[in-house]
Design a protein around this ligand. Structure first.
Ligand SMILES: Nc1nc2c(ncn2[C@@H]2O[C@H](COP(=O)(O)OP(=O)(O)OP(=O)(O)O)[C@@H](O)[C@H]2O)c(=O)[nH]1
Length: 392
């Protein structure tokens, strides 16, 4: 399949070929032009307004974007960070000790970012030893965790103070409120709490003249996929030109008749883009569980060294082809059929961090060769996308 790379393809539909045709496609040229224009515009703004405004723009000027986890003590910040970024089983968070100082984690991922876990008792605006400019200058998002199983009035009051302090100097910082530990709560109660917290925050902010502060709310728990879903939404806001990624996946779904396609960060199981079909928690869960299965199997069998004779027999008759030319991906590919409705689900690695996972429709399995060709083309397009948009 690798011999197909760089050629125009003949898809089941007719859209994918515009993603990668020949050496440089119009889409690629367009993306490069837009990225260059954005960079020039940003450079001009920075030159015009000096370095202090650069910090106040809220977008990461240099280095890695930062996610700050803040909130009251025992609200669940360290648990969230450990479950999402370190694969700690949720039950084991019961034994986590209270955080005494800021924990800084660097994530080597498709996009290098940092996660800072703050101790609940710290108030950075009260404490003169904190360099607030350095802290919020390169911030990607502030995640405020509220324990929904506890009395949340004080947490909301502190969040309001924090937003008001930030709005004056850093109006573009994205504030993500995780209404957390909703696992034990009924659906009605969850929505009531969300409504109540939203109103309390919006009322307070509009009293101070901030009508449209960038605050988003998520209902989360470490005991189900909601925490990964919420982090996915947060990370997606940090991806430049996310719309182009979504358009690629939407085209792929239309061309191959997929029900849903996700681009996953394999280690964290955060999805960084999906097609434009309505979001559906069940399909996200099954794709994310599938990644776990593949990783487990790879850990057991992945490093199994094939003997030279076995290798030669695989490349010999009746195939008479090199092994890498017989498979669609040089790294990993897998496909299995879901028992409900006979819908196959496929996984294709994009690079060492990312994987494309898609749920197909019932009849797509017959068209696997064409599906593979289209997936291969989109994967090449995705690689180019990340190459072009990577911070220089
Ligand atoms: N039911 C439930 N419990 C949770 C959830 N997330 C965290 N917890 C529990 O909440 C408790 C406190 O979690 P931590 O992660 O230590 O809280 P923290 O906000 O880091 O606390 P400090 O370090 O003191 O600021 C632990 O016992 C966790 O098991 C959740 O989603 N649901």
């Amino acid at each position: 399949m690798s011999s197909l790379r760089g050629r125009a393809i003949s898809p089941i539909g007719d859209d994918t070929h515009e993603i990668l045709k020949g050496v440089v496609s119009p889409a690629q040229l367009n993306l490069e032009r837009v990225i260059q224009q954005n960079q020039q515009r940003q450079q001009q703004q920075n030159n015009a307004s000096g370095s202090s405004d650069q910090q106040s723009s809220g977008s990461p000027a240099k280095g890695k974007p930062r996610l700050l986890l803040m909130g009251q003590r025992r609200s669940g910040k360290s648990s969230i960070s450990s479950v999402v970024f370190h694969k700690l089983p949720p039950n084991e968070t019961l034994f986590l000790e209270s955080t005494a100082r800021i924990q800084k984690d660097s994530m080597a991922s498709f996009m290098d970012f940092q996660v800072w876990d703050f101790p609940g008792q710290i108030d950075i605006f009260e404490n003169p030893t904190f360099d607030v400019d350095a802290m919020f200058g390169e911030i990607g998002a502030l995640i405020w965790v509220i324990d929904a199983q506890d009395d949340y009035l004080e947490a909301v009051a502190r969040l309001n103070m924090t937003i008001l302090n930030l709005q004056r100097s850093y109006p573009n910082i994205k504030i993500e409120v995780f209404i957390h530990k909703v696992d034990g709560l009924s659906d009605d109660y969850k929505l009531d709490i969300q409504r109540d917290i939203t109103i309390r925050i919006q009322d307070e902010l509009s009293d101070y003249g901030f009508e449209n502060a960038p605050v988003t709310f998520h209902l989360t728990s470490i005991y189900n996929h909601s925490i990964f879903e919420a982090f996915s939404k947060v990370i997606q806001k940090l991806i430049p030109r996310l719309g182009s990624l979504e358009a690629m996946l939407t085209n792929l779904c239309r061309t191959c008749r997929f029900e849903k396609a996700y681009l996953f960060d394999v280690l964290t199981k955060i999805y960084i883009a999906t097609d434009n079909a309505p979001a559906d928690m069940a399909s996200y869960e099954i794709c994310s569980d599938y990644i776990d299965v593949i990783i487990d199997i790879t850990e057991v069998y992945g490093s199994w060294p094939r003997s030279r004779t076995h290798h030669e027999s695989l490349e010999g008759a009746p195939w008479n082809q090199k092994l890498e030319d017989q498979v669609a991906s040089n790294w990993a590919e897998s496909c299995m059929v879901l028992s409900d409705g006979n819908r196959p689900i496929m996984l294709r690695e994009v690079d060492k961090y990312l994987a494309l996972v898609a749920i197909m429709k019932e009849d797509s399995y017959d068209k696997m060769p064409l599906v593979n060709m289209n997936v291969e083309t989109v994967v090449q397009g995705l690689k180019e996308f990340f190459e072009i948009t990577k911070p220089k």
